[in-house]
Structures are given as C-alpha cells and as structure tokens.
Design a protein around this ligand. Structure first.
Ligand code: PMP
Length: 359
C-alpha cells in the first residue's frame, strides 16, 4: 500500500482506521449480507447507526439537549441560502462578518434573499486579520450575525467566538468543526460540510438552538425545513447513507483520540511545527496575523514564486499531495485537518527544508 499525505483543502484525508473498517465492512455490513450503501435507511440497522452517531456527536461537542442536530445534504453552499431564507423574516436584516472568501460567498447568497448588511470586511487587511469589533457596523434589527470560523483559503481562524451579543451567532464551521472544543451553547446555529474533518462529501451537519428552529416558517420547502428535518430524525427523505455511515466511524475515531481536547492538542502541535518552520525561514512566509492563524489551513509563499511549480512537482514525487494554494490566493497551502498525522507534517517540514537548501 502506498498512501500519500493529502494536504488538500477538502475532500481531505480520512483516518486510516476508518477507511480500513469501511473496507472490511463493505460487502457485508453487520452480518446483513449487503453493504450499508445498499441497506434501507428505514431499516433498524441504519436507524440505530443514525441515532448512535447523533449521540456520539452530541457527546463530542457537549451539545445542549435542547439543540437539534441534523444530517443534511447540499453542502455548506445550501446552508448559505437556507439560513437567510428560513431564519429571517422577508424584510429583516441579516448581518455578515466577512473575513475571507467563504464569508463573502455566504454574504452574497444572503443578499439575494434578505437585506444583507456587511458588519465588517477584512478585505482592506488582505484577509490577514479580523477587523476590530469596535469598528463593526451592526444592525439593531439583525436576525443573526453570521461569520466563518475558519477561512479555508486565507488561513484565518476565529476562536473563541466573538462576544458581539446583540444577535444570535450563526457560524460556518466547515473547516474547523471537530478540530477543537467549542462552546456550542453560545451559537444559534452551526453548520459544516463533511469533507474536511467529518467524512466524505455528501452530508452536512447542522446544529441549531430551540429559539432559531422555532423561526422556521411552516411553508418552508421540505428539503430546507430544519424543523421538519429535526422532527423526522434527518430522514424526511433518503439521507446520504454512506457519507453518514463514514461520519459515524469518524466520530468514534475522534473519541478514541481523546475527544476534542485530544484533537486540539494534536492539531496545535501540528500547526506549531509548521508555522514555526515557516517563521524561522527567510524562504517561506505566512503573512496572517499570528492572533488569527488557522490550525487547519496554512497558506504560505516561496520567496521566489518562479519556483512554485517545481516545489509542487517535487513535493508530489515525495508523496506530499495537494499543496497548491487556491487560485484566488496563489502560493501554497497545507491543509492539516484532524486526519493528517503528525508524521505528514514532519515529512512536509523536512521536504521544505531540503527544497530551500537546494533552491
Ligand atoms: N465554507 C467553507 C469554510 C469551506 O471551506 C467550503 C468548502 N471548501 C464551503 C463553505 C463550501 O462547502 P460545499 O462545497 O460543501 O458547499
């Protein structure tokens, strides 16, 4: 077996024990003579998986009992629209803090549906820092304040959540959920696509407070209706059974790593190693304000951009894959989500050292 280290921003690495278990169970899941993909989502075996996975996620994140946990489809992108459409009244303002590419996208989707107000935009700071809260222009009637906990392209992470306090916090945690403990009770709604820390693409986790779920209008289309989806245990229609199953294995794996405290310790060590190497070199640079640097996505540039292509090619030859930065930002980006082992980050750092020496 020749597995590479995949530094791509998502779909990302999955934990090896999870892939091995899925492989072992593929043809005959729970002695049922079929794969989980072929089994009915209404059958007892899958319903038990669904319930257990929700309990496991609740335990990992210490989700308050009165919050609903949903396993939806449509990715984070569908949440960009569902949130303004169902949590704000037609004329009600919705507030967006923009700290990078994904926040901007979420805001532009919201603007199609509701009076969207940009509270602050870090563009003038090159999305390398978060605008100071004193400068935010908040709206008195805001249905919620949306922000992106981790900007996957720009490598900027907001943790702990802002203490804005004037409206419920709604947060895109696509590339940060399960990487460290979070105070769920401080949020009105949290959502995350799966393909970073949760499982394969296809399932989207939504965690929603009782106050916010009550806002959903009765006539909301079914596939967007948090209230009805919650009442149906996320089985209003056929769920993405295989990604959900994979996520259930990932939740168990995270618990085995010491839960989110264990994950956080490991993620901090990995990030420190990589930033430490970048900061200690004149050849590599990461310009994000150290107060806001992401543990999950580490963009960096080479002092000599003409060497970018050679860097990527040589890295791939050594099994270090997916290091090209997003086209909107350029340079390199190492995504080091939960399933990236420390050995992967060490291999990357050794490679960077060697490349710099030969450059
Ligand atoms: N938000 C963030 C922070 C992301 O990183 C991504 C995907 N990279 C998305 C939203 C979009 O997710 P999806 O492709 O599942 O719609």
């Amino acid at each position: 077996m020749n597995r590479i280290f995949n530094f791509s921003a998502g779909p990302a690495n999955l934990p090896l024990p999870v892939l091995e278990q899925a492989r072992d169970e593929l043809l005959d899941w729970q002695g049922r003579g079929l794969s989980v993909m072929e089994d009915s989502h209404r059958g007892r075996a899958f319903v038990e998986l669904a319930e257990r996975s929700e309990q496991d996620l609740r335990a990992l994140l210490s989700i308050p009992d009165d919050y609903a946990v949903l396993f939806m489809q449509g990715g984070a992108t569908l949440q960009f629209a569902t949130i303004p459409m169902t949590l704000a009244k037609p004329e009600q303002g919705v507030d967006y803090l923009i700290t990078g590419h994904w926040g901007k996208k979420a805001a532009s989707e919201a603007a199609k549906l509701r009076p969207m107000r940009v509270v602050a935009d870090g563009e003038a700071l090159g999305y390398r820092s978060v605008p100071a809260m004193e400068d935010w222009e908040t709206g008195a009637d805001a249905a919620y304040l949306h922000y992106t906990a981790n900007e996957t392209l720009h490598g900027l992470e907001i943790d702990p959540p802002p203490a804005a306090g004037y409206a419920p916090l709604v947060c895109d945690m696509s590339s940060t959920l399960l990487s460290r403990p979070i105070p769920v009770e401080r949020f009105g709604l949290i959502y995350a696509c799966a393909q970073k820390n949760i499982g394969p693409a296809g399932v989207t986790v939504v965690i929603i407070s009782p106050d916010l779920i009550e806002r959903v209008p009765q006539d909301t289309p079914l596939a967007l209706n948090y209230r009805k989806i919650a009442a149906a245990g996320s089985m209003l229609n056929t769920p993405a059974t295989f990604p959900w199953y994979m996520a259930s294995l990932v939740f168990r794996w995270v618990a085995d790593q010491g839960g989110l405290a264990g994950m956080a310790e490991r993620n901090r060590r990995k990030a420190d190693l990589l930033y430490g190497h970048i900061d200690g070199s004149d050849f590599y640079a990461n310009l994000v304000d150290p107060n806001w640097r992401s543990w999950m996505n580490v963009p960096f540039t080479l002092a000599e951009p003409s060497l970018d292509a050679k860097f990527l090619e040589t890295a791939e030859q050594q099994g270090l894959y997916g290091l090209k930065g997003h086209r909107a930002v350029g340079g390199m980006r190492a995504s080091i989500y939960n399933a990236m082992p420390e050995a992967g980050v060490r291999a990357l750092v050794s490679f960077m050292e060697e490349f710099e020496r030969k450059a």
